[in-house]
Design a protein around this ligand. Structure first.
Ligand SMILES: [Zn+2]
Ligand SMILES: [Zn+2]
Length: 75
């Protein structure tokens, strides 16, 4: 669990540095960013849930993902 938290903090720093402040799915800035512990891609909550509602795959890389794999990212 600690490793996961460290990984999420690392992601938060990357996002704040501005590398990818925008969601690649809706091309908007994140309002409620979530990351998957399967592939560590970050999308907004809406985009994740919309995609997972159809098929249990990451919208960016098609890694199998379930809603339970999503973790909140705090920016
Ligand atoms: Zn989005
Ligand atoms: Zn992914």
């Amino acid at each position: 669990m600690e490793a996961l938290k460290a990984r999420i903090r690392e992601l938060e720093k990357q996002i704040l540095r501005g590398d990818r402040y925008k969601c690649l799915i809706c091309m908007d800035s994140y309002t409620m960013p979530l990351t998957s512990i399967q592939c560590w891609h970050v999308h907004c909550e809406e985009c994740w849930l919309r995609t997972l509602g159809n098929k249990k795959l990451c919208p960016q890389c098609n890694t199998i993902t379930s809603p339970g794999d999503l973790r909140r990212v705090y920016l």
